[in-house]
Ligand binder design. Structure first.
Ligand SMILES: Nc1ncnc2c1ncn2[C@@H]1O[C@H](COP(=O)(O)OP(=O)(O)OP(=O)(O)O)[C@@H](O)[C@H]1O
Ligand SMILES: [Mg+2]
Length: 328
């Protein structure tokens, strides 16, 4: 095995999966293959079947027709404890038990799996550190003593507790203010770059999808209308609905938000220099941030600096707007 620290991530396959609630079809014969280690985001308007799809994968909802497989094995054939161990689940309301401490909440699944107490305690410490929660401060707190963002971190820690191969996340950051939300998104990306889980993440926020996803799956009325990378969707939305989700005429700005300044800057001839008073952006800032700065200050070029504040290049308005090679 290439990486022995983590359990191998699973591949999830949905093969013509349908969910019927009485006469109503919530999910209509969807096909989806999620490679191991991929962060797949289901996006679409309210009621389109995102949560139902997610909850069929861990059998909180049984599918009506079709097949769901993890690593080629039908989930109907798993025993429940094994499935629970393989799939972490984090939701918007966190689902934390109010009368349990943070530590006890995080240790829920390992306890169900009858891990020895010392191993559970070690795992809880490890997860608190991983999610940036100081153990001495937070381990003994109760959910009502946490902020929304802290509670979400605990929810994610709990979902990761038994080192599941698959992580299902249903609008986990939906209730948070934009700044906390963005910082948790950044943390999820940082965690994912270390853990390489197979993640299915549900949101109705296309900006969140564009930021997080390796693959975006757009759903409408129980069906998949398009799937692909953020870049692919922005370049060629399949229909007017996808285009409107992508922000219609704001599409250019959404694309700019995904492009780092480093991709368009002109490197400084003669090596790095000291930053002066002239306006600068960081190389890993987005083109959108650079354009906003230019607009705000009424300038048409910026210096570009690296993480140490050294000037390493410049970005003109034209560089930002026109990719080199695209049109010169
Ligand atoms: N237990 C249920 N019984 C009957 N109908 C249900 C049930 N759960 C969901 N539905 C219906 O299935 C459809 C899809 O619901 P689902 O919760 O998957 O939507 P969603 O995309 O997650 O929406 P939201 O963004 O509002 O969370 C909706 O029309 C909903 O009313
Ligand atoms: Mg939902």
């Amino acid at each position: 095995m290439a990486d022995e620290r983590q359990a191998a991530p699973a591949k999830i396959e949905l093969d013509a999966v349908t969910k019927q609630f009485g006469d109503a079809t919530a999910v209509d014969a969807i096909r989806l293959a999620i490679p191991r280690g991929e962060l797949c985001v289901l996006v679409g308007t309210s009621g389109c079947g995102k949560s139902t799809t997610l909850r069929m994968i861990n059998r909180l909802i049984e599918h009506t027709a079709g097949q769901i497989r993890i690593d080629g094995q039908q989930i109907r054939d798993f025993d429940e404890q094994r499935l629970r161990r393989r799939i972490g689940y984090a939701i918007q309301s966190t689902g934390l038990f109010p009368h349990w401490t943070v530590a006890r909440n995080i240790g829920l699944v390992p306890r169900l799996l009858r891990w020895p107490a010392s191993r559970i305690a070690a795992r809880v410490s490890e997860l608190l550190a991983l999610l940036g929660l100081d153990e001495s401060e937070f381990a003994g707190k109760y959910p009502h003593q946490l902020s929304g963002g802290q509670a979400q971190r605990v929810g994610v820690a709990r979902a990761l507790a038994a080192d599941p191969e698959v992580l299902l996340m249903d609008e986990p950051f939906g209730a948070l203010d934009p700044i906390t939300r963005e910082s948790l998104q950044d943390e999820l990306l940082r965690l994912q770059s270390r853990l390489h889980k197979t993640i299915v993440f549900v949101t109705h926020d296309m900006d969140e999808a564009l930021k997080l996803a390796d693959r975006i799956v757009v759903m409408d009325a129980g069906r998949i209308v398009q799937q692909g990378s953020a870049e692919a969707l922005l370049q060629a939305p399949a229909n007017a609905f996808v285009e409107s989700l992508l922000g219609g005429r704001d599409r250019g700005l959404k694309h700019a938000a995904l492009t780092p300044v480093a991709e368009r800057m002109r490197p400084l001839a003669g090596g790095a220099g000291q930053a002066s008073d002239t306006l600068s952006v960081a190389a890993d800032d987005s083109l959108r941030q650079a354009l906003s700065l230019m607009l705000w200050h009424g300038v048409d070029s910026l210096l570009v600096s690296d993480a140490d504040g050294q000037v390493i290049g410049s970005l003109s308005l034209r560089d930002a707007v026109v990719a080199r090679g695209a049109n010169s």
